[in-house]
Design a binder for this molecule. Sequence first.
Ligand SMILES: [Zn+2]
Length: 327
Amino acid sequence: MQATFVWFIIGTTCIVQSSTAYFGYKKRQQHIWPRKFKECGGKMQSPIALSTSKSIALSLPALEMIGFHDVLPHPITLTNNGHSVALNVVKNSTHHRLPYIFGAILNENQQYELEGLHFHWGNKNNRGSEHVLNDMRYSMEMHIIHRNIAYSNMADASAHEDGLVVLGIFFQVQESDNEMINPILKHLPSIQWINTEVILNTSVILNSFIPKNTETYYTYRGSLTTPPCSETITWVIFSTPVSISFKQMTRFRMLSNGEDKLGDNYRKLQNIGKRKVYVRNVAASKIDLKKYKLDIGSAFWSIERIDWVRVIIDLSNKIQKNDVEQR
Ligand SMILES: [Zn+2]
């Protein structure tokens, strides 16, 4: 777990440590991530291609997001760590609770508190997101990292399979500016160079970065998409994108990674393997809800166990490409 610990130092305080865990996004560089970081070659890696037809539709509980309308407590830092732009909140800086999430497919009575967020984007508008949804690669993807409050820090949480939840949010380019995201974007020129950081003096509200419709989400078990690629992430990815203008996207593309323009910082798609991807569909059929009621509340993995019957059905119908799960 040594490497994991290093990553989280980068993720939260970043500047000094970032050079110790160098990794690049060029094809040949991504190819050798597993040499240095063994878990990057694992079987539960992220990102993956999401598709409605290949996901198991369930009438899952909504994802509850508490405190997402509140102003984030200061100090908030925004950092160019050479891999991304990361926003971090400092803990113990206030008596107010940080935003947290529960519900969805997460264990009952467990809450996951905000740790920070960062972005992955393309040098061109037709690429940038890490996950692909129904063959669509969006221009940008934001990751909001949450730690299970049962664990006291990120290093501890990353060692447990129920330790971390990452919310994935797609950004779709359009003509007009999305004013809501300016409180972060306006600070990007201040962190043009690698290993620079700015303390934000603006009010940041998480909800400004959340899609209007959060009803539909995809969820699966995966990994960090950067080394050390720890396989302890429950992913929750909203299907509805947030908008961003062409002009706003260029602000990200003016950043430097020390050698080049910072961008195209997305990992190549990983094999889904034997994993199952669930999609929340409130209309999936009330029968599903009754059938899965006992399992949803207890644990993510209990759904996995219950679901083996569905997998057999799925396999037997694969040749006909008949999607049994969607009924
Ligand atoms: Zn990320």
